[in-house]
Design a protein around this ligand. Structure first.
Ligand code: SF4
Ligand code: SF4
Length: 121
């Protein structure tokens, strides 16, 4: 997969994690800190900017299949299955914060509808 890599470092120099001081999976050998593979936000910048088209996202997905996700990911998925969102929040809780910041209130999609859409059976 990396035979044509130029080692130009453009991929990690343009990763926003790196710019925030978090070493991305692209630069860090996985065995040093396996959780870094889960901090990636799937923005695809690294792959899109690679001059020789290295499939970095495919590499990431392969690595994620081998490394257990942090416990917080499991909790988020459980919330999604229960209420449709990774954080159990609704419009009544969210909108006062938005109004305090001068933002328009929003109507969130019904968590029941999202939970129904996520059901596999
Ligand atoms: S896809 Fe992940 S590793 Fe690549 S630039 Fe975005 S956050 Fe960084
Ligand atoms: S941008 Fe592409 S060619 Fe350059 S170091 Fe990253 S993977 Fe290798």
């Amino acid at each position: 997969m990396f035979e044509s890599c130029l080692k130009c470092a453009i991929c990690y120099e343009n990763c926003y994690l790196e710019q925030m001081g978090v070493t991305s999976f692209i630069r860090l050998p996985l065995q040093e800190d396996a959780t870094n593979i889960w901090t990636c936000s799937n923005c695809w910048t690294c792959q899109d900017i690679c001059p020789v088209g290295i499939p970095l996202m495919e590499l990431k997905w392969q690595l994620q299949r081998k490394v257990e996700a942090p416990p917080s990911y499991g909790a988020s998925l459980e919330n999604i299955l229960i209420c449709g969102y990774c954080l159990p929040i609704d419009s009544d809780e969210l909108n006062p914060f938005r109004l305090d910041d001068g933002l328009e209130p929003v109507t969130l999609a019904s968590s029941n509808i999202i939970a129904t859409l996520l059901q596999t059976k």
